[in-house]
Design a protein around this ligand. Structure first.
Ligand SMILES: *Cc1c(COP(=O)(O)O)cnc(C)c1O
Length: 366
């Protein structure tokens, strides 16, 4: 294991080493079944236990009541940007959105294909460097649904507390901070997350939705695009991404073994504080994201003066030292360290030590 790098990739992101080891151990012969999870029927006893276990853990971690469905779908978070408006936009009722970044904009573009969109708050003028002041969606009955992105993977911002939505269903893209902290899931009517940031491998998307939403869902859509069909069939209408669901189940069990969401939250706050403190106290680096809006998952930072040459050198030297994934998203440049649940404290600590050494070398050579 000694040749594993310290992985700060924004997605697919690092997985817990314990999970990888367990998957490896069971790869060829899953718990004595004589075959791998990849090779078994999605209706077998073994896989039924896996998918039911994953659903039970999702329910336990977010304390979901029976009013909610838990689905494991395909098509990534991006297909949710389309399925949500197709299923839930009602004639004459626009969608209300708080625009907090690139992923929200992608969602908005899809919503507009099926109805009107009203941007009720936005931080676009501030280059998405903060979450706008926004407490509640008003006049909910006039909207088909309301929409936020809980954590902005690219801009490095995160909602510290969530708005309320009176009347209209509240929908959240939680792709990059799902299960990173306890939340009041009962505030939401639909939560979705592509698994590959904080939950498992790519290929499966978790959707948590209130059963009442299905009552008014569009039934004229292609079968595979209807939440109702997937709900009725417990995510087994067709062959689900079995191996990805298996790994998600292992990750959920790992969260439960490591203090649950309370424990994960404490560790995530500790990791983020260490890194933000290192950046804020540095002579070389700075964080463009406003305090109070900073993400505990994706830490965006830059070299002062937005010195791209030094940023490239930082990435190059970091790579030589076994750190990876530190380049900012191609749309914004700069630097970014994604410190999802699976990133150990020691990984963040070693990064801050390297940043310090790099800073000294730059100052000495200046
Ligand atoms: C990565 C990401 C997406 C896109 O996910 P895919 O599964 O690749 O479609 C959407 N929203 C957010 C917030 C993301 O971080």
């Amino acid at each position: 294991m000694s040749n594993r790098i310290v992985n700060f990739s924004a997605g697919p992101g690092a997985l817990p080493l314990d999970v990888l080891k367990s998957v490896q151990q069971n790869l060829i012969d899953y718990k004595g079944a004589g075959l791998s999870v990849m090779e078994m029927s999605h209706r077998s006893k073994e896989f039924t236990e896996i998918i039911e276990g994953a659903e039970a853990s999702v329910r336990e971690l977010y304390k979901l009541t029976d009013d909610y469905e838990v689905l494991f779908l395909q098509g990534g978070a991006s297909l949710q940007f389309s399925m949500i408006p197709m299923n839930f936009i009602q004639k004459g009722k626009p969608v209300a959105v708080v625009n907090t970044g690139s992923w929200t904009k992608k969602a908005i573009a899809e919503f507009k294909k099926f109805g009107d969109v009203e941007i009720v708050a936005s931080s676009e003028d501030e280059k998405f460097r903060l979450i706008p002041e926004f407490k509640s969606f008003k006049n909910g009955n006039n909207y088909s649904y309301t929409f936020i992105t809980s954590n902005n993977t690219i801009a490095g911002t995160q909602w510290a507390s969530f708005p309320t939505s009176d009347g209209a269903p509240l929908i959240a893209d939680m792709s990059s901070d799902i299960f990173s902290r306890p939340i009041d899931a009962s505030k939401f009517d639909l939560i979705f997350a592509g698994a590959q940031k904080n939950l498992g491998p790519s290929g499966v998307t978790l959707v948590i939705l209130k059963k009442s939403l299905l009552e008014t869902a569009n039934e004229e859509l292609a079968t595979m695009l209807q939440y109702k069909i997937h709900a009725k069939n417990n995510s087994l209408y067709n062959t689900p991404p079995t191996f990805a669901i298996y790994v998600v189940n292992e990750v959920l069990n790992w969260i439960k073994k490591n203090g649950g969401l309370e424990g994960i939250k404490v560790l995530n706050e500790k990791k983020a504080a260490l890194l933000y403190d290192a950046i804020d106290s540095s002579e070389l680096f700075y964080c463009p994201v406003k305090r109070g809006s900073r993400s505990l998952m994706n830490v965006v930072f830059r070299v002062k003066g937005d010195n791209e040459e030094l940023e490239s050198r930082f990435i190059k030297e970091a790579t030589q030292k076994g750190f990876s994934g530190l380049k900012g998203h191609r749309s914004v440049g700069g630097l970014r360290a994604s410190i999802y649940n699976a990133q150990p404290y020691e990984g963040v600590e070693s990064l801050t030590q390297f940043m310090n050494v790099f800073e000294k070398s730059v100052v000495v050579n200046a």
